[in-house]
Unconditional design. Sequence first.
Length: 194
Amino acid sequence: MLLLVLAAPPATWVWVWYTARADERPASDAILVLGASQYNGRPSPIFEERLAHAEELYREGVAPAVITVGGNQPGDNFTEGGAGRDWLVEQGVPAADVVAVEEGGDTLQSVAAVADVFGRRDWSSVVLVTDPWHSLRSREMAEDHGMEAATSPTRSGPAVIERETQVWYITRETASLWHYWLFGDSSDIEVDAA
């Protein structure tokens, strides 16, 4: 029993790493872009990489709709979901094919808000777009909210440049995933998702 307890965190770390390397693109009802920082209505570099990847998936015909999600910080005039929608429309994605869910302060809140949209639209399948190491935890949350989820993480941009950064994020996501499994909530570990 002690060996299992000691092996679980390293095994989870490997699972986070393994999932981060996968790029699933099944035909789905929607592509979900998980939010990151926005600055006065403009997506941050990390968020823009996610949006560009979602645009690529949309143009490949992976799904007929793209969902952007995320609320705002106190004092912000714009939401992550709204900034993401506006960016995609500026790139030529038809506005009718972009759904902005302008709520959620963390992944769990965002996924819960998107699950409501899925229920109203009778959708079931989704391709999640986020940073590689965030893929497993976001997929677990989406599946726990009744979505059939696949992951297609970003492969470029400031979030995936340095090996040290990747190791830190994978370790952080391992801890956050265990927090979610144990307490059913998002962890308080802060990350500068610029």
